[in-house]
Design a protein around this ligand. Structure first.
Ligand code: GDP
Length: 445
């Protein structure tokens, strides 16, 4: 996410930091580079102008120039301006303060990820807020749209409005709200039709639906990859139905990020959620300060820890720690660890959340070190017999050949895994000894 922008800003800051003392012209030159980086990331021109004016005003102040580490100060000022542009501190939650059934209206262009996002929000509300959600597709344009939403609902384990052929979108909306009341749903998510481009008919339809449902949230779904075009879309929808929040999709890709940075300024509505993949659980709250941290390569430790807490099985982790402490760690445990890491998502995604690794990440991507290696390692382990996993020393040439064939890998890969495992075991033993010494010393003191 934001890789190019992040890399360019990183270069600017590296240069500033190397300088030590800064002159006004150093700062002005840096501002020029930042301006270019933002424009190349597809941030809207008025937003860039505003941003640079704000940063320059603070950065050329005497205080910064005289500070101990002026470069660092400039980074801080840019960080604050980024947080501001992205909407200020803290994620803005979905509005659930309305009488049930609470209507959510989903709007956006076709292909923006609107239908997928409707399913994702339904799952989020069900899992995190224990809400009873009804999904309804008002898309009578695309023949398969209503069916697609019904399938998503099934995958998310929520209800969807039965399809009645021949109804108009407004009729479907009315029926959805009636069903919501009658069957006591907490939230009704109304997925409207999208078009390939904004047109009057689409806007009139969305307005009519809004008028009969009075939504608590009108969420605009925007594909982060669309750059400048997203702004015209956002403006048009905002003028027609005043959106209350934005969902940025495809932030898992290499979106240049401009749309995310411009949205708030153009619509005044906060980005509430971000789509991070095709899977139904790939939807996350949008925390401006964490995103700014990622753009500046300062990492996003908070998200990483939260992700780990959600995905790592606490009980299993403790069992594993005990086994390690007893020096009993076998390939079975190693496979379990691989599984936990894979669950957290791609390695480069995880790396991106760590501070200072923006550039390493690039190298990792080039070295193609991603979860596919972990998956291959897991395949190798599952092709071994129980005895082999417990005691990898018995892995001689013929066994290695069998395992390589069984897992669709090569003998070299099997060797690499065994070596890695040995090294890990070795490291644990040493850590263990150190720990005991430390404990003994602590006990004596
Ligand atoms: P709609 O026409 O706006 O309803 O768009 P869809 O919901 O049908 O989505 C279009 C495509 O985008 C589908 O293949 C989705 O799986 C994909 N998609 C949606 N959201 C995301 C996201 O956050 N990341 C990625 N990588 N793909 C997404």
């Amino acid at each position: 996410m934001f890789d190019a922008l992040s890399g360019k800003l990183g270069d600017v800051f590296d240069r500033l930091r190397r300088r030590g003392a800064l002159s006004e012209s150093d700062v002005i030159e840096a501002m020029r580079d930042i301006r270019l980086a933002l424009l190349e990331a597809d941030v809207a021109l008025p937003v860039v102008r505003d941003f640079i004016a704000k940063v320059r005003l603070q950065a050329v102040g005497a205080e910064v120039l005289r500070a101990v580490s002026p470069g660092q100060q400039v980074v801080k000022i840019v960080n604050d301006a980024l947080v501001d542009a992205l909407g200020g501190e803290g994620a803005v939650p979905l509005n659930l303060n309305a009488a049930s059934p609470i209507p959510f209206l989903m709007v956006g262009l076709q292909g923006s990820g609107k239908t997928t996002t409707s399913g994702k929000i339904a799952l989020l509300l069900k899992e995190k807020q224990r809400k009873k959600v009804l999904l309804a597709s008002l898309d009578t344009q695309r023949p398969a749209a209503q069916l697609q939403l019904a399938q998503l609902a099934e995958r998310a384990g929520v209800a969807s409005l039965p399809i009645v052929p021949g109804e108009t979108p407004v009729q479907i909306a009315r029926r959805a709200m009636e069903t919501g009341r009658r069957e006591v749903f907490d939230v009704v998510i109304l997925d409207t039709a999208g078009r390939l481009a904004i047109d009057q008919a689409l806007m009139d339809e969305v307005k009519a639906i809004r008028d009969v449902t009075a939504p608590a949230e009108t969420l605009l779904v925007v594909d982060a990859m669309t750059g400048q075009d997203a702004l015209a879309t956002a403006t048009a929808f905002n003028e027609a139905v005043s959106i209350t929040g934005i969902v940025m999709t495809r932030l898992d890709g290499d979106a240049r990020g401009g749309a995310a940075l411009s949205m708030r300024a153009v619509t005044g509505a906060p980005i509430k959620l971000m789509g991070m993949g095709e899977k139904l659980d790939a939807l996350e709250p949008f925390h401006p300060e964490r995103i700014a941290g990622r753009i500046l390569g300062m990492g996003d430790i908070v998200s990483l820890v939260e992700k780990a807490a959600e995905n790592v099985d606490q009980q299993k982790a403790e069992q594993l720690a005990k086994k390690m402490a007893r020096g009993k760690f076998d390939l079975e445990d190693y496979a379990e660890q691989l599984k936990q890491i894979t669950k957290m998502g791609s390695l480069s995604g995880i790396m991106g959340m760590l501070p200072g690794v923006g550039k390493i990440k690039q190298q990792l991507a080039e070295a193609d070190l991603d979860t596919s290696i972990l998956k291959r390692q897991a395949a190798i382990i599952s092709s071994m017999t129980k005895a082999e996993r417990a005691n990898p020393d018995i892995m001689k040439a013929s066994r290695k050949k069998r395992v390589a064939a069984g897992s669709g890998t090569s003998v070299q890969e099997v060797n690499r895994l065994l070596k890695q495992f040995e090294q890990m075991k070795d490291m644990m033993k040493r850590a263990q000894k150190l720990g005991q010494k430390g404990l003994a010393r602590g006990g004596l003191a």
